[in-house]
Design a protein around this ligand. Structure first.
Ligand SMILES: [Zn+2]
Length: 120
């Protein structure tokens, strides 16, 4: 299991506290979730929890590069597994749940939210 994202890298909002929630930057957040799905869906889920578009995009691209070896600006064709450190409050905004790390609440992308084949 890879380390949940949200440690020390927050584009544009300055240095983040240690082990902070990726959405609100609250430090010492002991909870997380694992989003499993298309890059676009992962971004949408992050934005539903209050992450600005640019940061959601940056995070997904960062993971695509570091975990999947994608070229900059590209995302994998397969489902991504994005481990995120998120507090219960932010997850709750999107109606999602978290689990205490190293457990992570697993959210697979629902079938009906998949992009149509070949659609871009
Ligand atoms: Zn939070």
């Amino acid at each position: 299991m890879s380390e949940p994202f949200g440690i020390g890298r927050h584009a544009g909002r300055g240095p983040a506290p240690f082990e902070s929630c990726i959405c609100c930057f609250k430090g010492d957040t002991p909870t997380g979730m694992l989003l499993v799905g298309e890059a676009e869906w992962v971004m949408g889920a992050m934005m539903a929890m209050g992450v600005p578009l640019e940061e959601a995009q940056g995070t997904v691209e960062y993971m695509a590069r570091t975990q999947y070896g994608c070229l900059p600006g590209h995302v994998p064709e397969i489902d991504m597994e994005c481990a995120l450190r998120v507090c219960a409050d932010c997850a709750g905004k999107a109606g999602l749940q978290v689990a205490k790390l190293p457990q992570m609440w697993r959210y697979p992308q629902p079938e009906h939210l998949r992009l149509p084949e070949g659609g871009e």
